[in-house]
Design a protein around this ligand. Structure first.
Ligand SMILES: [Zn+2]
Length: 254
């Protein structure tokens, strides 16, 4: 069973003690990973991981948490990193929940990264949290790379239709396994299978029964199994469809 975790942060310090071992195991299990940068340093680390490992693919971007002080220079460095084999721009977006960067900076950084994605012909990995849905959609409608994913989709994102209409995939992660998350499981049926991606957001958001522990991309299998259960499909089929979808989005030969 091939699995594609479309969103992980294997460069984060939580993996410092055993990163190579974790990646080796993923490679043995046939797990592909999109490793997503959140700032210049982690985007650089993503590119390095992807150059070393055939099952890791890099995304380079500035997370809304790190959007403060986003400049022309940041953009130039990001563009140079993307040219080193990255498959997507991200993670970028708006976070009005934690508001760690001024909203004005978040919007500016997001828009600039969308323009960069258009210029490079790359998809975008989008983070959306808090009361930012309308503004995010407005910006996406103005500058739409035409392909991307809304990552860690939740019931708080509302109906997926607006994002699907803009050509986006929907990324579903560990929270779909949480007991109290019936609302997200109900929304699963609204997502066409050809637009569905699975993800872990490792080291965060571990699925049941690993809550409170460090997440890793191998656990994407539990996300696949829960989706399969909800949609009454064989897990192998959900795994294969989401694997191919990720390959299609990131333009990786399946
Ligand atoms: Zn993330």
């Amino acid at each position: 069973m091939r699995l594609f975790d479309s969103h992980a942060h294997l460069d984060f310090p939580q993996f410092d003690p055993d990163r190579e071992h974790v990646i080796q195991e993923l490679s043995e299990k046939g797990v592909f990973v999109a490793n997503v940068g959140v700032d210049l340093k982690s985007s650089w680390a993503s590119v390095e991981l992807a150059r070393k490992h055939g099952n890791i693919f890099a995304a380079c971007g500035i997370h809304p948490h790190d959007a403060k002080g986003f400049s022309e220079d940041t953009l130039k460095r990001l563009a140079a990193l993307l040219d080193r084999g990255a498959v997507a721009v991200g993670e970028c977006g708006l976070d009005y929940f934690r508001d760690l960067s001024p909203r004005e900076d978040q919007r500016r950084a997001f828009r600039a990264q969308l323009e960069l994605a258009v210029e490079k012909g790359l998809p975008v990995i989008v983070h959306l949290r808090g009361e930012a849905r309308d503004e995010l959609l407005e910006i996406l409608r103005e500058v739409n790379p035409g392909k991307g994913v809304i990552h860690a989709f939740s019931a708080a994102h509302g109906h997926p239709r607006d994002f699907l209409d803009l050509g986006f995939y929907i990324g579903i992660g560990g929270p779909v396994t949480y007991k109290k998350n019936a609302a997200l499981r109900a929304l699963l049926r609204e997502i066409p299978l050809e637009r569905l991606l699975v993800e872990t957001d490792s080291p965060y958001l571990p699925p049941e029964p690993f809550r409170g522990k460090r997440n890793d991309p191998g656990k994407v299998r539990l996300v696949v199994e829960k989706i399969a259960e909800v949609l009454c499909m064989p897990p192998a089929e959900v795994a294969e469809i989401t694997f191919r979808n990720a390959c299609e989005l990131f333009e990786i030969p399946a």
